[in-house]
Ligand binder design. Structure first.
Ligand SMILES: Nc1nc2c(ncn2[C@@H]2O[C@H](COP(=O)(O)OP(=O)(O)OP(=O)(O)O)[C@@H](O)[C@H]2O)c(=O)[nH]1
Ligand SMILES: [Mg+2]
Length: 442
């Protein structure tokens, strides 16, 4: 394999930078640059020289002999001093000696091609680099360990069993088929179907686990939305005033709640807008609700108007987790709390104490991430499961009519679809799509 090289650490100032080489000539290049011999998996401190024999750096060099490396090829890593210059000089020398610059994701692609990891693990690596939450990272590490691969294998095995079972009876005349055959296979199929649907749904629900959940604060003007944002952030981020319509655009900030990093969005108060700018703000509030995973609907403890009524109606009909906040309870509660029956309600004063809201948010976020299920982390994986489900669905009619060949054909389709999660069929297209989004050096 052609030898590739790249700087594997981010571009910037840091204690060390890593230059990674993989391919047939990796070891030879390392020897030329350092005039040293290397033992596999042993860190060796070595002087690194350029082609004029001038010292570039003293680096820690580690050689991983094929196939016991990340890519499955000979790999050498130079851990040199940080900053942008040294690693670049080393990389330049490596390239002069015949390596070529790696494309984004090419190291991981080689690991995949050499059978060191499967497709679901490669995707887990890509997501792990980007994820913003501890829970997300934990989940991806499990996937990297092969959790999803095991799940796929199990489903595949069960489908193969069903197919094999059906195949036995394929040469039978229709009237000779055992009477229970259909119901037995159907029962087994049903179980697989349920499992796949469950996985699909929980994956969709938990998609935001990886990117961080979005929480939108909405309500009529002047109920204290920005005051709540400021209290959550512990600083005066948004302007607060007693003039209704103070916040005109959405404000987004990241905050940590327990072990969750969430993005919190303060919105313009929702009402029939008086001017053009406010109208845009109100539209954005509605959009914020659409995009959020959790909606915090704020009402004031001292009045409940027609506008509140409309917002409450809106919140009752959104298909999201909603927390109702009754704010300004320091003024006393003058509204009928029965209106909020059936909803999660917390009473707070943004001026004094918002801890009941924080607790409720924490509970909700914990419950989101406590489901310990296999989740599909990419659209590609979700498509694969949907395709498998479709094929299973299609297969049922043939089971009923006793057309076992057609049935078996559909089950094969389902097997092919589910297998794509780990061992895709449309190789080239899939590879380009999957590895193209990686960063160079991975
Ligand atoms: N007494 C009391 N006043 C509050 C409380 N929270 C907010 N306020 C006051 O209510 C007014 C409106 O607060 P904001 O936070 O600007 O309200 P908002 O919902 O962001 O308003 P818009 O941006 O106009 O939609 C300000 O004068 C705040 O000081 C509270 O808990 N108790
Ligand atoms: Mg505001």
């Amino acid at each position: 394999m052609e030898t590739i090289a790249a700087i594997a650490t981010p571009n910037g100032i840091g204690a060390i930078s890593i230059v990674r080489i993989s391919g047939d000539n990796a070891l030879e290049i390392a020897k030329k640059l350092t005039k040293k011999e290397f033992t596999p998996r042993k860190a060796t401190l070595a002087k690194v020289f350029d082609s004029n024999d001038e010292l570039i750096d003293i680096a820690l060099v580690i050689y991983f002999k094929a196939p016991s490396s990340f890519t499955g090829e000979d790999v050498v890593e130079f851990q040199c001093h940080g900053g942008v210059v040294v690693s670049r000089l080393i990389l330049e020398e490596v390239l002069k000696h015949g390596a070529r610059l790696a494309n984004p994701g090419e190291f991981t692609k080689r690991a995949f091609l050499n059978g060191k990891i499967d497709a679901s693990q490669a995707e887990a690596i890509a997501k792990l680099i980007e994820t913003r939450s501890k829970e997300g990272a934990k989940l991806l590490s499990r996937q990297l360990e092969g959790d999803l691969s095991k799940f796929v294998d199990e489903v595949r095995e069960k489908l193969i069993e069903i197919m094999a079972y059906a195949e036995v009876f394929i040469d039978y005349a229709e009237e000779d088929l055992p009477e229970t055959l259909g119901s037995e296979i159907e029962e087994r199929l049903q179980k697989i179907e349920e499992l796949l649907i469950h996985t699909l749904e929980s994956s969709k629900r938990r998609e935001a686990l990886l990117s961080g959940y979005k929480v939108a604060i909405v309500g009529k003007p002047n109920v204290g939305k920005s005051s709540i944002l400021n209290a959550l952030l512990n600083k005066q981020r948004a302007i607060v005033s007693d003039i209704a319509g103070t916040t005109r655009d959405t404000i987004e900030e990241d905050i940590q709640i327990g072990s969750h990093l969430i993005r919190i969005i303060d919105t313009a108060g929702i009402r029939a807008a008086k001017d053009e700018i406010e109208k845009i703000g109100v539209e954005r509030s509605k959009k914020a609700i659409e995009e959020a995973d959790i909606v915090v609907g704020v009402f004031s403890a001292d009045e409940f108007t027609k506008e509140d009524e409309e917002i409450l109606e809106l919140l009752k009909n959104v298909d999201k987790e909603v927390i109702i906040v009754i704010n300004k309870v320091d003024k006393g509660i003058n509204i009928d709390l029965d209106k909020f029956q059936g909803l999660k309600v917390v009473k707070i004063s943004a001026k004094k104490d918002i801890s009941p809201l924080i607790d409720e948010l924490k509970n909700l976020l914990d419950s989101f991430s406590s489901e310990d299920e296999h989740i599909l982390i990419s659209t590609r994986q979700i498509h694969a499961v949907e395709k498998a489900l479709n094929a299973i669905n299609e297969s049922k009619q043939f089971l009923q009519t006793g057309e076992l060949e057609l049935f078996s054909y559909q089950i094969q389709d389902a097997i092919r679809a589910i297998s794509e999660i780990t061992k895709p069929f449309e190789y080239d297209e899939m590879l380009d799509k999957m590895f193209g989004s990686f960063c160079v050096g991975k």
